[in-house]
Ligand binder design. Structure first.
Ligand code: INI
Length: 153
C-alpha cells in the first residue's frame, strides 16, 4: 500500500498571508504565530508576503487574486470575527469561510482557514496564544502539510 502524506517542512515554501485588520489586537498574535511556525519549520521570512485587508469579509476576494498570481505555494487567511448583538457576525463569518473554500477549490492553491469565529473576546484571546493555543500557528502547520501533500499527488 502506498501512503502519501505531507511533511511539515516549510523550506523554500512561498507563503501568502491575507490578514483582516479588524480586531487587530487579536489578529496580530495570529500573524506572529503564523510567521514563527513557518520559520521554525525551515521556511524563511523572505518567502512570506503579508497582504492586509480591512476585515474578514474582504479576505476571499484578495485571497482569490493572490491565488491566481502564481506567487504562492500556499495562502494562510488570518482574522477574527467576534459576535456582537446583531446578525452581522453570521454574515461576515459565513461569507468569509465560504469564499475561502471556493478560492482553494477553484485555484488549486491551498488556503488555510485561520479566521477565529467566536462569541466573546475572551474566547478570541484564548485562541490567540493563551490557554487554547494559537490558531495562527495551528492553521499554518495545516497549510504547510497540505502544500507538501499536494506536491506529491
Ligand atoms: N470584520 C472582522 O474581521 N471581524 C469582525 O468581528 C467584524 N465585525 O464584527 O463587524 C468585521 N466586520 C467588518 C467586515 O469584515 C468588513 O470589513 C466590513 O463589513 C466592510 O465590508
Amino acid at each position: 500500500m502506498n501512503i502519501i502524506e505531507g511533511n511539515l517542512t516549510a523550506q523554500g515554501l512561498k507563503v501568502g498571508l491575507v490578514v483582516g485588520r479588524f480586531n487587530s489586537f487579536i489578529v496580530d498574535s495570529l500573524v506572529k504565530g503564523a510567521i514563527d511556525t513557518i520559520v521554525r519549520h525551515g521556511g524563511s521570512e523572505e518567502n512570506i508576503e503579508q497582504v492586509l485587508v480591512p476585515g474578514a469579509f474582504e479576505i476571499p476576494i484578495v485571497a482569490q487574486k493572490m491565488a491566481a498570481s502564481g506567487k504562492y505555494d500556499v495562502i494562510v487567511a488570518l482574522g477574527a470575527v467576534i459576535r456582537g448583538g446583531t446578525p452581522h457576525f453570521d454574515y461576515v463569518a459565513g461569507e468569509c469561510v465560504k469564499g475561502i473554500g471556493q478560492v482553494a477549490l477553484n485555484s488549486g492553491i491551498p488556503v488555510s482557514f485561520g479566521v477565529l469565529t467566536v462569541d466573546t473576546i475572551d474566547q478570541a484571546i484564548e485562541r490567540a496564544g493563551t490557554k487554547a493555543g494559537n490558531k495562527g500557528e495551528e492553521c499554518t502547520l495545516a497549510a504547510i502539510e497540505t502544500a507538501n501533500v499536494l506536491k506529491q499527488i
